[in-house]
Design a protein around this ligand. Sequence first.
Ligand SMILES: Cc1cc2nc3c(=O)[nH]c(=O)nc-3n(C[C@H](O)[C@H](O)[C@H](O)COP(=O)(O)OP(=O)(O)OC[C@H]3O[C@@H](n4cnc5c(N)ncnc54)[C@H](O)[C@@H]3O)c2cc1C
Length: 407
Amino acid sequence: MDYDVTVIGAGAIGCALAREVSQRYPSLKIAVIDGAGAPAAHQSGRNSGVAHSGFNPAPGTLKARLCVEGNRLIRDYCREKRVAFQDVGTVVAALTVVEEERLHGLLQRGRANGVPGVELRTLAQARELEPNLADGIRLVLHSPSGAIFDSRAYVMAMAEDAKAAGVTFRFNTRVVGADRLSAGWRLILDDGTLLDTTRVVNAAGVHVDEVARLFSWQGPYRIVPFRGRYWNVKGKDDIIRSMVYPTPDPHFPFLGVHVTRRIHGGVMLGPNAMLAFGREAYSFWKVQPKDVLGMVRARNFWQMMRRPDIIRLAAVEIERSLSPRKFAAEAARLVKGIGPEDVAPGPPAGIRAQLVDEHGELCEDFLLQVEGDVCHILNAVSPGLTSSMAFGRYLTEHLKERNFLSA
Ligand SMILES: Cc1cc2nc3c(=O)[nH]c(=O)nc-3n(C[C@H](O)[C@H](O)[C@H](O)COP(=O)(O)OP(=O)(O)OC[C@H]3O[C@@H](n4cnc5c(N)ncnc54)[C@H](O)[C@@H]3O)c2cc1C
């Protein structure tokens, strides 16, 4: 055997797991394989760079637990590794009576999830923190443990730790096939290399279901890619001090277009959540025919598209994707002083690996599945970055209990 454990995917989840397992089980031979040239090339490096505090996920879910724990771990780790990290706090604004009620619900969730210091404030009280909050805001939720950080540097640091503990990283090579051996798997890489491994962890992000099928997985899920694009607010770096979010719509797992300080300076708007015509279709006009064909052949996709709220979302998102005016108008409902003339193209878009079940429901919670000697991380959507270190720890325990980590 070439390796005891092979991780497919060097994003935040793959690197956090490789780091944790290699440090706890130094005798295991571990490899991480990624089709890109470096860690964090996809979701883990193309995101908002926010360490969420954990008041959004429903209490009792894996997401709630790992987000709150992850927020704590990530802040200590970034300090230790000198990765840029700033405690700025999160502000969520309610603009209607219905949203006010939802904010009360989020407060309860935050308290149930153990989020430190979460509280409601009137607009006047909230302006002590964020003087430019817009006039129409009725109520604000403030969560001091929301933070911003350099997500790419964070994942790189975890990859370096894993390397130092003996993990082999292979970049620029994709896993394109897998043959069953009497014990373990022979992985087929796109450069023709064959690699024998006793166990596999599939942390392939937006490709996770495709990769799972290489291992004869027949789960009822499918990834549907949702692109999130950003705009910068030009020349108004002091317009906010923290991050200002709209009250989330409980029908969707997306947080809505928000105004966020960037860790290396500047303020950005986004991300939106536009159905993408390809798993790596990072621009509006990019279409990846194979992915589109796969998507429209899947029952999950059509079940999802039957939902009127999804159709409504799609219509709004097409407009948002093409119109910086729309972004600016939405941002101006949260923060005073942002006009269409202030908005310029922002950091690279990212694509969310959103798992959809056979009924067309967008899966909310993190989901993993162990089938013998293969583990698939099926749903690691936002706040997957915040949760990644806690996810690495949780997964290591989970795999240990299933004798997955014996040499
Ligand atoms: C626009 C956007 C904003 C977000 N903002 C936040 C945020 O502020 N805070 C937060 O907590 N979360 C955020 N998220 C979510 C977060 O980015 C993800 O939950 C997290 O990065 C998932 O990490 P991952 O390792 O599962 O996936 P990825 O980072 O996508 O990694 C998967 C890796 O697998 C590799 N791969 C795929 N197929 C193969 C193959 N066949 N062979 C070899 N390698 C393969 C890919 O190259 C990739 O590097 C955001 C996501 C998006 C898209």
